[in-house]
Ligand binder design. Structure first.
Ligand code: CA
Ligand code: CA
Length: 161
C-alpha cells in the first residue's frame, strides 16, 4: 500500500465529525425518542412557537435558584461531550443561564457552562465541553438569571461526542 493511499485513508478517518456521535433531545419529548424530561414547577409549556425546535419550548419567569428543567439523554453514552442548546425565542431573556451536566446513576451534577439566552445565536449555542459523564446522562438548566432578571427558556439540547 502506497504512502499516498495511507494518507488518503487517514484523512478520511480524521475528517471533522467523521466519528462524532450526536444525541438531540427536545423539551417534552415524545415517547420513543430516546429522551425524557423533568420540568420543574415554574417551567410553563408553550406550544405554537414556530421559531423553536419542534414548535415548542418551556419558559420560567420565576427567578428560582431551586427550580430547573432537565433533559434526560436515555441513549447517550459515557464520555466528555460538547453540549449545545437550541435558543430561538424572543421570550428567552436570561443573560446568564447556568447549565449542569451529570448522570442519574450514580447521581452527579457538574457545572458545564453558562449562556446568555438574550443575545444567543438563533439556533444551536455552545455551552461547554469539559464535564465527563459515565452514562445515564442528564443536562439541567437553572430557572434563575445569575446576571439580571431575565426569563429562562428550555428548548432542545444536544450532546456531541
Ligand atoms: Ca417538544
Ligand atoms: Ca422544542
Amino acid at each position: 500500500m502506497g504512502g499516498v493511499t495511507i494518507l488518503a485513508m487517514l484523512s478520511v478517518l480524521l475528517a471533522p465529525g467523521a466519528s462524532a456521535k450526536t444525541y438531540t433531545c427536545d423539551n417534552d419529548p415524545v415517547s420513543g425518542s430516546g429522551c425524557s424530561d423533568y420540568n420543574g414547577s415554574t417551567f410553563v409549556y408553550k406550544s405554537n412557537q414556530s421559531s423553536s425546535y419542534n414548535d415548542d419550548h418551556r419558559l420560567s419567569t420565576a427567578q428560582d435558584e431551586d427550580d430547573y428543567y432537565i433533559w434526560y439523554f436515555d441513549e447517550a453514552t459515557a464520555g466528555t461531550p460538547e453540549v449545545y442548546v437550541y435558543l430561538n425565542s424572543a421570550s428567552f431573556t436570561n443573560r446568564e443561564a447556568h447549565y449542569y451536566l451529570g448522570t442519574t446513576d450514580p447521581y452527579t451534577s457538574e457545572y458545564v457552562g453558562a449562556v446568555n439566552q438574550y443575545t444567543a445565536d438563533e439556533g444551536w449555542n455552545f455551552v461547554g465541553d469539559d464535564v465527563t459523564v459515565t452514562g445515564d446522562v442528564e443536562l439541567m438548566v437553572i430557572a434563575y438569571d445569575y446576571d439580571r432578571s431575565g426569563d429562562t427558556g428550555a428548548d432542545a439540547a444536544r450532546l456531541v461526542y
